[in-house]
Design a protein around this ligand. Structure first.
Ligand SMILES: Cc1cc2nc3c(=O)[nH]c(=O)nc-3n(C[C@H](O)[C@H](O)[C@H](O)COP(=O)(O)O)c2cc1C
Length: 204
């Protein structure tokens, strides 16, 4: 089954490595993951005073995430942490209080860096915020993509054949299965509840 995936890239750079990784993932699962990149560079900084009359960019972003079946974060690490632009997007989507568009959305995180530890610090800061926001977060495979450079991609901007592409392919398959498991489980629980309610009515 095909699922709508909102991809949020934590880099605004035109030639972002993380954007290229995201683009490659979109290609890898073809019909099974219907991916859209959600832009975050135009989101005004989150300010609670604006909740009663939100900027149109916040509304657009919230609607795009709300329409998705799952969220994939692809992000660099800035100074061993989450880039500010991505944290701002998470904050915008999480509010107003009680109306978070991230609530219950299955998610996965990929961090890519030319450095050796593949954005480990950023990956776990994103994870921390998402767990708080009640997003079922895929645990495995973890994706700290180290030693990623422009040379990791072909002229079309997709990952070249090799271990990096192999790992990302495994991740794309696992993420599809994760999103499917969460959605199917919820559907079965809802059917069980409806069945139980019907049974109770008949015995009343
Ligand atoms: C402000 C800033 C801080 C950075 N801090 C880190 C870091 O903590 N760890 C790391 O691996 N790379 C760090 N880098 C290097 C980035 O990994 C590198 O620029 C990468 O290409 C950014 O991702 P992008 O290509 O998707 O834009 C930093 C880069 C910038 C601009």
């Amino acid at each position: 089954m095909s699922y709508k995936i909102a991809i949020i890239v934590g880099s605004l750079r035109k030639d972002s490595l993380n954007r290229k990784v995201a683009r490659s993932i979109c290609g890898l699962r073809g019909d099974n993951l219907d991916c859209s990149m959600i832009e975050i560079g135009d989101l005004p900084l989150y300010n609670q005073d604006l909740d009663s009359n939100p900027p149109e960019q916040w509304t657009r972003f919230r609607q795009q995430v709300a329409a998705a079946d799952g969220v994939l974060f692809c992000s660099p690490e800035y100074n061993r942490g989450i880039p500010g632009v991505l944290k701002n997007a998470i904050d915008v989507g999480s509010r107003p209080y009680g109306q978070s568009v991230f609530d219950k959305k299955p998610a996965a995180i990929v961090t890519a860096s030319p450095g050796a530890i593949g954005g480990f610090g950023s990956n776990h800061q994103i994870r921390q915020a998402c767990v708080f926001l009640n997003m079922p977060m895929m645990q495995q495979p973890e994706a700290y993509l180290g030693h990623v450079t422009d040379d990791s991609f072909d002229e079309g901007g997709c990952l070249k054949e090799g271990p990096l592409k192999d790992l990302v392919t495994v991740l794309a398959h696992a993420f599809h299965d994760w999103v499917e498991m969460i959605h199917r489980s919820r559907q079965l629980l809802a059917e069980d509840a409806a069945h139980a309610a019907q049974g109770a009515k008949e015995h009343a």
